[in-house]
Design a protein around this ligand. Sequence first.
Ligand SMILES: Nc1ncnc2c1ncn2[C@@H]1O[C@H](COP(=O)(O)OP(=O)(O)OP(=O)(O)O)[C@@H](O)[C@H]1O
Ligand SMILES: [Mg+2]
Length: 236
Amino acid sequence: MSDPFLIGEAMTGGYGAADILHDCTLSVEKGEIAVIVGPNGAGKSTAMKAVFGMLPLRKGEVRLGGKAITSLSPQERVRAGMGFVPQTANVFTSMTVRENLEMGAFIRQDDFSDTMDLVFDLFPILKEKATQPAGELSGGQRQQVAVGRALMTKPSVLMLDEPTAGVSPIVMDELFDKILEVAATGIAILMVEQNAKQALNIADKGFVLVQGRNRFTNTGEALLADPEVRRSFLGG
Ligand SMILES: Nc1ncnc2c1ncn2[C@@H]1O[C@H](COP(=O)(O)OP(=O)(O)OP(=O)(O)O)[C@@H](O)[C@H]1O
Ligand SMILES: [Mg+2]
């Protein structure tokens, strides 16, 4: 079997002496959406940080396009094609929307105006609000800025940690539609979601994490149909 496009394999590690992740494996293919769900404190954000190189691994490996990238820094991973939207502090609130997007293009030496146009096509409201400080935007609009910023490097993998946190159900649906659009362009999407049911609905694959371990891994559809998953993690 060939390697997944992105895989964090058997990741073990934490912030200090105690491990948070235990043999945790996550993966996603190009053009697919993989969703990570699980209770608060399960290690979802920690696992994302590990894949992005923000957490030293004691064991395990991260591979992108079949190449080990475990020793690369986050900035080197961005150059290798990874985009990451962290759970918190993911926009510069005092900078304008346009400046936020420009910051996203920090590694690019070429003309990135085409990419900014693509981001504005995807999120038209950002074009309207381009000269406004991002801090003045609504929660859902700010999440669009954060996703747009990550797209500015033209990543092959987009990692999103709770992109719909704190937004209304309608805005959540809109964001999920946009994420589906991004995946349809061939980008691999690895995202953490607290709206587990809705997220698994659009997911090709889902990972249920508990206490830093893989508890269930299957297609989104199969997880949604699994009585135990439903009872324990999806509120019945
Ligand atoms: N910077 C840190 N230093 C030390 N421990 C941390 C740090 N960040 C998280 N932890 C601990 O690691 C464990 C996993 O936290 P993590 O944030 O990865 O969980 P999560 O699944 O993302 O939770 P949530 O659903 O609340 O976002 C928790 O016990 C948490 O207290
Ligand atoms: Mg988290």
